[in-house]
Design a protein around this ligand. Structure first.
Ligand SMILES: [Zn+2]
Ligand SMILES: [Zn+2]
Length: 339
């Protein structure tokens, strides 16, 4: 089978013809029909994030069950599935309370073990979710980034009177925006450095306005101006950029909830007095659980979160190099590959 292999440290990858893997007991083999390129995959391809080499990355995927390992019950060959990447140990306190994303022994498909930038991938039965007939495989491959946003948003306990500022309009920010809108909040303000494709998509999927942070003197003042003079009651950080971190706390109203969704690969500093003096409630969010994934699949199935505006490109798996190029040049938002 054709697979994209990260063979060792340093930048780059190779296209290889690998043997089709056999599912162990309790696992299934999935014929991959759609797989998304995630922000997390970029540092893996660049060799910045170390993974066990050689590795087939790719964790945002959907497909059809192609073979069953021994003892798998309740699933059949040919069923359409979307697959979560988290494999918990099932015995630690986090796993036992259903938060396998916080398992200290977490295994992630496409990060710790071979993933879906390939024609076939193995997945344990417990990571499978049924993909409704009216959803596409690209929808199924998008549940992962939707769930990564939605886990944090569920815990914000959004109210109709809330006003929300979202920093960062990559896939996570754009899916967060839609999930927030689905809660019926009063106003949603998107913040991005400059006008472009991402800002256009944000307006199309429900932002009331977009602020170009590189063009305004004071982001906090610009957000207040766009919000009838009041600072927002909820701020969502979806950039993972240290230079944005400071503004996120500065923009928030006193007593606001601040949700951190971006993954920071560099150290970020901030003034804790901003949290203390405004009594901000800061929520971190990492990955998702089986339940978050199922709830996110439901949001997509009900049309409350739309993947089509966010998926800007669909290419065959063999054109991975071109796909990465599009992302580097910021011409693409979400790229879906079809093996
Ligand atoms: Zn991802
Ligand atoms: Zn565990």
């Amino acid at each position: 089978m054709l697979a994209v292999v990260k063979e060792g440290p340093g930048p780059g990858f190779a296209l290889r013809d690998l043997p089709i893997p056999e599912p162990p007991p309790g696992w299934v083999r999935v014929r991959v029909r759609a797989v998304g390129i995630c922000g997390t995959d970029i540092p893996i391809f660049e060799g910045v994030r170390k993974v066990p080499y050689p590795l087939v990355p790719g964790h945002e995927f959907a497909g059809e069950i192609d073979a069953l390992g021994a003892g798998v019950q309740g699933w059949q060959v040919g069923e359409r599935v979307a697959v979560g990447l988290v494999i918990g140990c099932e015995t630690c306190p986090a796993c036992r309370r259903g938060e396998e994303n916080l398992c200290p022994h977490i295994t992630e498909i496409g990060i710790h073990i071979n993933g879906a930038f390939a024609e076939y991938v193995l997945a344990p039965e417990k990571t499978l979710h049924r993909l409704p007939d009216h959803l596409s495989f690209a929808d199924g491959a998008s549940v992962d980034p939707v769930a990564s946003s939605y886990r944090g948003i569920r815990r914000l306990n959004l109210q109709p009177r809330d006003t929300v500022a979202i920093f960062g309009l990559g896939p996570i920010g754009l899916y967060a925006l839609q999930a927030v809108r689905a809660h019926g909040v009063q106003r949603v303000i998107a913040v991005t450095p400059r006008w472009g494709l991402r800002a256009e998509i944000a307006l199309r999927v429900g932002a009331d306005c977009v602020i170009e942070s590189a063009r305004v003197e004071d982001v906090a003042a610009a957000v207040r101006d766009a919000n009838s003079g009041a600072p927002p009651s909820v701020v969502i950080e979806a950039t993972g950029k240290p230079e944005v971190f400071h503004d996120v706390f500065r923009v928030a109203a006193s007593g606001a909830r601040v949700l951190l969704l971006g993954i920071f690969h560099e150290h970020a500093s901030f003034d804790p007095a901003q949290i203390i003096r405004k009594e901000l409630r800061v929520e971190g969010s990492f990955c998702y659980t089986w339940d978050d994934f199922e709830a996110s699949l439901d949001l997509i199935a009900r049309g409350l979160v739309r993947t089509a505006p966010v998926i800007t490109h669909t290419l065959p798996l063999s054109r991975m190099a071109e796909a990465l190029d599009l992302i580097h040049r910021r011409e693409a938002v979400k790229v879906i590959l079809e093996p």
